[in-house]
Design a protein. Structure first.
Length: 404
């Protein structure tokens, strides 16, 4: 599938425009240009999303959609924590194979299942090229009948990443609308494995998800690179935890190897019972704490203030302030330089005082882009202003700087 000549061509042209290569394909009559272009496009994406895959020049890539939807390297490596040493694992929605590749590094063996022959062909080539020889590739459609042919307790863990596209290519968020529908399969899945790890849409409603999956024993929400990436649902055979008491873990991953994480675990009951202290406008000083996308997605708005000894800017502003930085806060911490009232005089003078300052608006009567235009300031990697609403309902501009 990938000979030396093709590999050298891909490496020599990987920074070029693939449309131009296809247009002038006659210059390279001995090259399978369609495969070369797929691999070049794949490497262009893998360079940032899957750096360990990018480091292996001999991999082949399918059409774009599986690569766009596959787990990032950091998210895939995080899932190893759900595998016990010696487990046999099944990845029932194999796709590009990134999760199988990661899980195989801890499991005794992985069975990769995929209904697309193109993806299976790539997987058969790529896994050995990546040094993973304990993954068996199976072309199969996942169904009740197919699962019925697997003996009980064959696997320690079954992993699924259902397709979140509808019949006409539209995005779907309900777990029942995804393919395959795990609500139909879960009984059989929990017969062949003790644990199910389900990857759901980062846009999914957490409470709705849990109400549809009463076997849930935990939820992990992953963010990386300032973006919520995945919602993982761990289901256990025989589990029957009330939704309010299911542990939810918000995880901010730093780096590409998932070895550094900031985690915040709570239950919805704890969040409901929490009483966060609100900061008065005069108490907005010291440091500004911005929760990670995963923490915001989780719905833990009051508890972080209680656990880290912080004050919430207002009931509806999910930023916090504290006198000094605190360890293990899952998010960004910046030093507060100045707090200004939001009025015509300040807006008029802002650009002169802060000609370069990135802008964010939260719980504010205009978007970040609208506020940036009003202030007239240019982007900056050093200073940042937050436009928000304080606890007395006044509008304020909080100017911050990065902490060394």
């Amino acid at each position: 599938m990938m000979d030396r000549t093709l590999r050298e061509f891909i490496l020599a042209h990987e920074a070029e425009d693939t449309a131009g290569l296809m247009l002038h394909r006659d210059r390279w009559s001995g090259i399978d240009m369609e495969l070369a272009v797929r691999c070049i496009r794949g490497r262009q994406t893998a360079r940032y999303k899957l750096p360990l895959w990018y480091a292996e020049p001999g991999l082949t890539y399918p059409k774009s959609l599986p690569l766009e939807q596959c787990s990032s390297q950091a998210a895939a490596l995080y899932k190893q924590r759900f595998v016990h040493e010696g487990d046999r694992v099944a990845d029932l929605t194999g796709g590009l194979g990134v999760d199988s590749w990661s899980l195989s590094q801890k499991a005794a063996s992985v069975d990769y299942f995929e209904r697309s022959e193109e993806l299976c062909e790539c997987a058969r080539h790529n896994f050995p090229a990546l040094g993973r020889h304990n993954i068996a590739v199976h072309r199969a459609d996942i169904s009740l009948e197919m699962l019925g042919g697997i003996a009980p307790d064959t696997y320690g863990l079954v992993y699924l990443d259902p397709a979140r596209r509808g019949r006409y290519g539209e995005r779907v968020f309900s777990i029942k609308e995804c393919e395959p529908d795990i609500t139909v399969l879960k009984k059989e899945l929990l017969r062949i494995a003790l644990c199910i790890l389900l990857k759901a849409s980062p846009m999914a409603d957490i409470r709705a998800l849990l109400s549809e999956l009463p076997e849930t024993a935990g939820v992990h929400i992953l963010s990386h690179g300032h973006e919520c990436k995945e919602v993982l649902v761990l289901m256990l055979r025989g589990s029957s935890v009330a939704v309010e008491d299911i542990p939810v873990t918000a995880v901010e991953i730093s780096g590409e190897d998932a070895s550094r994480t900031a985690e915040f675990t709570f239950t919805f009951r704890e969040e409901a019972d929490a009483a966060a202290r609100l900061a008065s406008p005069s108490e907005i000083r010291g440091c500004l704490f911005e929760p990670s996308p995963a923490l915001l997605k989780s719905g833990a708005f009051k508890l972080p203030a209680c656990r880290f000894g912080l004050r919430k800017i207002s009931a509806s502003t999910h930023f916090y302030v504290g006198d000094v930085p605190v360890e293990h806060f899952p998010g960004k911490i910046r030093r507060i330089v100045r707090v200004l009232p939001f009025n015509k005089t300040i807006v008029k003078e802002f650009r002169r005082q802060y000609p370069e300052c990135s802008v964010t608006a939260r719980n504010f009567p205009m978007s970040s882009e609208e506020l940036r235009k009003r202030l007239g300031t240019a982007e900056s990697g050093i200073l940042r202003v937050l436009g928000t609403t304080a606890s007395d309902n006044s509008r304020v501009l909080i100017v911050t700087e990065a902490i060394d």
